[in-house]
Each structure stands twice: as C-alpha cells, then as structure tokens.
Design a protein around this ligand. Structure first.
Ligand SMILES: NC(=O)c1ccc[n+]([C@@H]2O[C@H](COP(=O)([O-])OP(=O)(O)OC[C@H]3O[C@@H](n4cnc5c(N)ncnc54)[C@H](O)[C@@H]3O)[C@@H](O)[C@H]2O)c1
Ligand SMILES: [Zn+2]
Length: 469
C-alpha cells in the first residue's frame, strides 16, 4: 500500500509492451463498487475472497501481463503458488514513512490509522520478501527483472542464488574463460553443479559438431539448467543446445565479454553457423536468467573491448543517451536495459526489434565480402554506423553532430574489400525483401526508423565510402 505500484506498473507495461492489470481496479470494475464499499458490505474476508479469485484468474492468463497486486493478496496460498510458478515477482521497495505518507489521506480501509498501518507493514514485509524474486526501486529495475536480467558488480558470486529452479546445472565455457572464471562459477553454483563442458574459443564454438557433442554430454532432465559462461559464441551454442536438448531445457547466460553483456546474452536469440553463412540455424530461447557482472570485463583484452564498444555506441544512438561515456557498470546496465525492453516488446523479431540492426546491414556485407577472419565485427559495425548515419543526415535530416560524435569515439578504418561482392551481399541481406534493401536509419538521437528504402545509388555510394581499393 502506498508503494506506487499502479504508477510504476503503468510505466513498465508501456515500456515492455504489455497490458497492465491492476487487480484492485479489476475487482472494483467487476463488483461495480469501490473497495471501501466492498469492505463495508462484505467485510475484509469477503473482499479477500473476491481478490483471490481475481488474482488467480489474472495470474493464470496466457497473455504475458504486468500485474499490480494489492497489499493483502499474498495471504492466499494459491496466489503465492501462481506467483512462484508463473511470474517474476517484484517487491517495490518503499519505507513505511513514505508508504504512510502516500496512503494516509486516501479512503483505503486499511490506511485509516497510523499505528495499525505500521503494524500491517511489519507483518507483511517478511511475506513480501519471501515471495519476491527481485527488489526494485524504479521502472528500470522492473524492466530488467521482467527480462530475468541481473546487472551487479559481484553477481558472479551470487550465481547459485540467482539460478532459477532446483535441478542440476551444466556449466559450459571455452577453455580460456574457464581458466579465468570457471572455478569461481563452480563454487558459486555449489551443490547444483552436475557437469562442466568445454567448447572451442570464438566462432569455432558455433558449429553443429560442437552442439552435437553437447547434446551427447549433457546429463540433465527437464528440470536441469544449462549455464553459459563466456562471450557471445559460448552463449549462442549453449543456448541453442539448451533449446533443443530434450525439446528444451532452461538456460542461464553469464556473459563475460562486453559484446555479450550489452548484446548477445540478452533477448533470447541463439544460433550456430553453417558453411553457407553465420547464424543460419537457431532458436528463440529466452534465458531464464542473465547474470551480468561488469567486473568480469577487467580481464578482457582491448581488442575484444573495442568489438563491444561499437554495439554500445549503437545502443546509445538508439536510446538517445551518450551511454559510451559512462563507467563500465552503468554503461553495461543502460545497454542491457535498452535491449531488454526492445526484445520484450518484440521477442520474435517481427517488427520493432529490427532497430537493433542499425549499421548492421552494411556491417554484414563488409564481413561477408572480406571473409569473417579479415575484419572484426566491431570494426564492421563501426563502419556500418558511419554509413547509416550519413544516409540519415542526407535523407532524414539527422543533425550532422551525431556522425561526428560517433567518429570521435569509434574512428573506424575503411577496409579493403571487393565492393561489388559487398554490394551483392547487401542486396541479399536477411532484412531485404525482393532485392530491395531495407535500412535502419536515425531521425534524431533516440529515434530510429526501420524498413527505410532509399535509392540504390545512394546506398551503394554509402557502402563505397567504407572501402579502400
Ligand atoms: N544471440 C545474439 O543475440 C547475438 C548478438 C550479438 C552477437 N552474437 C554472436 O556473438 C558472437 C561474438 O561474441 P563475443 O565477441 O563475445 O565472442 P567470444 O565468445 O568468442 O569471446 C571472445 C573472446 O574473448 C575471450 N573472453 C571472453 N570473456 C573474457 C574475459 N572476461 N576475459 C578475457 N577473455 C575473455 C574468449 O575466450 C574469446 O576468445 C558472434 O558469433 C555473434 O554472432 C549473438
Ligand atoms: Zn552486432
């Protein structure tokens, strides 16, 4: 009571693209009466019965929702069971003074007397803490919680507590990452650790043969969980193995590269490569938890950091914030937050999620034409952003200061590739339709548009500007 659930609930619902169901409002709508009136006519126990019925109905809905639950709803065993099984339960952290201050002048039946209000607060708090998966202070916290994403310095140590369920865990890492963080992760997982598996370093991990070996090695039942510790290559193959093993077991991502913390470990896309191209076989499989410890970036080599920085700048442009100037922990959190919200709004990549492809149509073309070993993804994305921003200036009137800003941060060197080859790839891009290139451009900082079609000549010239011959 007085925690601000309804306001917060509305903001979160808007940000993750779900409907808000405020159980108190639903009760009033169904009863055709206000809660004080229902208390007067039926007593508190009568109200609790109606409340339980509404809460159960809401928590059983198939549609993903944001639910604001009334303060006493947790007295019901059935409601608590459904929260455990079907919801991420967020306790909105508010002290008793603030809560009383907000509630005292209302007509809420249980907020008429301060001493009684405080007694109720003390009585309910342990019940709330028991039921809560996460304690949140603001809407950002709730959005991250809704995505199962935890960003905290030191969270690797808490991995055991953060893993959902109670079944055995299978830890997957490449040998290099296992050498640095494997023992800490094993210690944190504790008794639940069933087995540890090694995958090759880098893109070599994302092969069908590696996936097949994982399928054969895993000894999990449906209640088990795969834990991917490492960069985007490890999480892609481990997440895909988890999606397919026993028709799907849960997985958790513990990203250790900047790229994985701000991008690859969030949003539920998993994939392996084919000789015909990258990421051609995969699954949408949202990790049950993503545990991000920005302190793990301390051991990351500079070249890997640069690769991630291109995605950070991309995210900053999309979000309209200079995220790249923030210290690591905050930078990672802002990026994770942005990607989580977009992906929750469009989990299966049918619309708005396309904005995450800013700069990537050009990047993929350069990577394919150069051969993936010859150019890093980070450099390709930095160049791709240059092209996308120039086109945005020319066609959408984007402020020229935006590309200048990006140049200062990323300063990518043009690459030596065959322009005709890159152009052919660009026109066949996954996001193109019938040979017509669809681009993501930026109208202003924080306002991307996707599906933009431009004259082929202009797009080709933008591509040419990224290439040295
Ligand atoms: N699924 C998605 O949504 C998504 C999004 C973006 C990228 N990706 C994929 O991610 C992959 C690239 O990810 P990546 O760059 O993280 O690659 P990666 O997993 O190969 O890691 C890069 C290298 O850094 C090392 N490393 C990792 N963490 C370290 C640490 N903390 N300290 C020292 N060394 C460390 C690894 O051993 C590896 O050699 C690509 O295959 C890409 O397709 C997937
Ligand atoms: Zn990328």
């Amino acid at each position: 009571m007085g925690a601000g659930k309804s306001t917060l609930g509305a903001e979160v619902a808007e940000r993750i693209g779900r409907r808000l169901v405020d159980v108190d409002r639903e009760i009033e709508a169904t009863a055709g009466d206000t809660i004080p009136e229902i208390f007067r006519s039926w007593g508190e126990s009568g109200f609790r019965e109606i409340e339980e019925e509404k809460a159960v109905e809401t928590l059983s809905a198939r549609e993903p929702l944001v639910v604001a639950l009334g303060g006493g709803a947790l007295r019901s065993d059935e409601t608590r069971r459904l929260l455990r099984e079907r919801a991420t339960t967020v306790l909105v952290d508010v002290n008793v003074e603030t809560a009383w201050d907000r509630s005292r002048r209302s007509d809420r039946p249980l907020a008429q007397d301060e001493a009684e209000f405080r007694r109720l607060y003390d009585e309910r708090l342990p019940v709330y803490e028991e039921a809560a998966d996460v304690v949140a202070r603001d809407a950002d916290d709730v959005v991250l919680a809704a995505g199962g994403v935890h960003v905290h310095v030191g969270s690797l140590e808490l991995l055991g507590e953060l893993l959902p369920g109670a079944g055995p865990a299978a830890l997957v890492a490449d040998a290099h990452v296992a050498g640095i963080y494997g023992a800490d992760a094993q210690l944190a997982i504790g008794d639940r650790l069933g087995s540890t598996h090694t995958v090759p370093r880098g893109e070599e991990a994302k092969q069908a043969s590696v996936c097949e070996r994982l399928w054969q090695e895993l000894r999990l039942d449906r209640g088990g969980i795969v834990v991917a510790l490492g960069g985007g290559c490890t999480s892609d193959v481990a997440g895909f193995a988890a999606a397919t093993y026993l028709r799907g077991v849960a997985w958790a991502a513990v990203p250790t590269t900047l790229l994985a913390q701000v991008d690859a470990a969030i949003g539920g896309k998993t994939a392996i490569d084919l000789p015909q191209g990258k990421n051609l076989v995969g699954a949408f499989n949202w990790p049950a938890r993503t545990v991000i410890d920005p302190a793990l970036l301390e051991t990351l080599p500079e070249s890997e950091r640069r690769a991630g920085m291109a995605e950070v700048v991309k995210t900053g442009l999309l979000a309209g914030e200079r995220i790249w100037e923030l210290p690591d922990a905050e930078l990672v959190r802002r990026c994770a937050l942005y990607k989580t919200a977009v992906c929750l709004r469009d989990p299966h990549d049918r619309g708005e999620r396309a904005v995450l492809n800013l700069g990537h149509t050009f990047a993929h073309a350069l990577e394919a034409a150069a051969g993936y070993e010859a150019i890093t993804h980070g450099r390709a994305v930095a160049l791709g952003l240059r092209a996308a921003l120039r086109l945005s200036v020319d066609h959408l009137g984007l402020d020229q200061a935006v590309p200048e800003d990006v140049e200062r941060v990323l300063a990518p060197q043009p690459v030596a590739v065959d322009v005709d080859r890159a152009w052919a790839v660009l026109r066949r891009d996954k996001k193109s339709e019938a040979g017509r290139v669809k681009l993501v451009l930026l109208e202003t900082r924080g306002k991307p548009v996707h599906g933009v079609e431009l004259p082929a000549g202009d797009v080709r010239r933008a591509l040419e500007s990224l290439v040295v011959t």
